[in-house]
Design a protein around this ligand. Structure first.
Ligand SMILES: *Cc1c(COP(=O)(O)O)cnc(C)c1O
Length: 389
């Protein structure tokens, strides 16, 4: 066994694909110590700065004092506590749906939802840039997976029309694409899915708390919330906590509670995490100015990068990719940036397609102008030194 594994590890290393961990030596704030070196984090999904917000921390501590640490069992046994139910009610309210259900993570939510809703022989249509959890959910359900070109509604339409109407079909897309930062063409997707009666699922992982006037996600941004059958999102990103939600009709939620294995066969989220998430949601609803600052910061950094000559693809969100191409080169750029005190490591295959290795900067509301200027300066120096700009 060890020979085989070490050979595979060696191969990864040779191809510049070996991944290792870096150690963050503080809470998830923008300026911190990473691997012993002071730097500014530009790869965190803590968009609104809630991961270390005093009220969110306090809610978790209070819940620990009342409910202890672990939930002790799955939701369907003795693990279902007040904080779980309160959070689900609040999420349904926030999203304007009949009901909501919590999963232990976004990854589990996606494999749970897809494997429960779709059967062998059914059809899932997914954007080519779909998250790994979507692909894995399809595999688990034995459904047929057809991938359409990124954001291409015409191809989606053609694929849908070829299908017999007797089968279930579902179109799934991310609202904000996690590695490119662009938006799904939701109005177009809704139109072609409706024509053939296909269900529509949107993964709002990077969009909840970020997109839309109220932060409800990309469907709010495009004004199509009523047309979405299944809306999911994670608490690990803008909420700053952990776990995930799915929001939709009462029947959808009741069905998933009975059929989604990653809901049934896993321990409930710690009650403190559910309580902290409710506190985070309260801030998302009551302090829209956080979202405003996030978008101002995003504009500032986007403008800075563009005026240096960087191309941030089609990004329309706080995720700003800088395409490098070759993996080795992307790694080098990431390393040089770290030497200049900016943490934004290279993103490599299989997270992104072959030949599209990149840097990926994510902006948060807690970055100061000075932080953003530091990043722009570092990118100017590194970009010139390595002849990228
Ligand atoms: C992060 C992410 C997930 C997974 O969410 P976790 O709660 O971190 O497991 C799912 N889908 C997309 C698009 C994501 O970006």
């Amino acid at each position: 066994m060890y020979d085989i594994l070490s050979e595979e590890i060696h191969t990864l290393q040779e191809r510049n694909l070996l991944r290792t961990l870096t150690t963050v030596e503080s809470e998830q704030s923008t300026r911190t110590i990473v691997n012993g070196k002071e730097c500014i984090i530009f790869c965190s999904n803590n968009y609104l700065g809630l991961a270390n917000h005093p009220k969110v921390k306090e809610a978790a501590i209070r819940a620990i004092n009342t409910y202890g640490v672990g939930a002790g069992a799955s939701r369907l046994l003795s693990g279902n506590m007040k904080p779980h139910e309160e959070l689900e009610e609040k999420i349904a309210n926030f999203k304007g749906t009949e009901a909501a259900l919590i999963f232990s993570s976004g990854y589990l939510a996606n494999i749970g939802i897809l494997s429960a809703l779709m059967r062998e022989g059914d059809l899932v249509l997914a954007d080519r840039l779909s998250h790994a959890s979507v692909i894995d959910g399809c595999r688990l359900s034995g459904t047929r997976l057809r991938v359409y070109r990124h954001k291409n509604c015409e191809q989606l339409s053609r694929l849908l029309e070829k299908e017999p109407e007797t089968q279930r079909s579902l179109v799934i897309t991310e609202g904000v694409f996690s590695m490119d930062g662009d938006l799904a063409p939701l109005p177009g997707i809704v139109e072609c899915a409706r024509k053939t009666g296909a269900w529509i699922m949107v993964d709002e992982a990077h969009a909840t708390g970020v997109m839309g006037e109220k932060g409800r996600g990309t469907a709010e941004h495009f004004g199509v919330e009523q047309k979405i059958d299944v809306s999911m999102g994670t608490f690990g990103k803008a909420f700053g906590t952990f776990g995930a939600y799915v929001a939709g009709s009462k029947d959808l939620i009741s069905f998933l509670m009975n059929k989604a294995k990653p809901f049934i066969y896993t321990t409930a989220l710690p009650p403190s995490v559910a309580a902290a998430t409710s506190a985070a949601l309260h801030i998302i609803e009551e302090e829209p100015e956080r979202r405003k600052i996030l978008w101002e910061n995003r504009s500032y950094l986007h403008e800075g990068l563009t005026s240096l000559g960087y191309n941030t693809l089609e990004s329309e969100s706080p995720i700003l990719p800088i395409l490098i191409g070759e993996t080795k080169r992307a790694l080098l750029v990431g390393q040089r940036l770290f030497e200049h005190g900016v943490l934004a490591p290279a993103i490599r295959p299989p997270t992104v397609p072959q030949g599209t290795s990149r840097l990926r900067l994510s902006v948060t509301a807690t970055h100061t102008r000075r932080d953003l200027d530091c990043a722009i300066e570092a990118l100017e120096r590194v970009g010139k030194e390595l002849r990228i700009i």
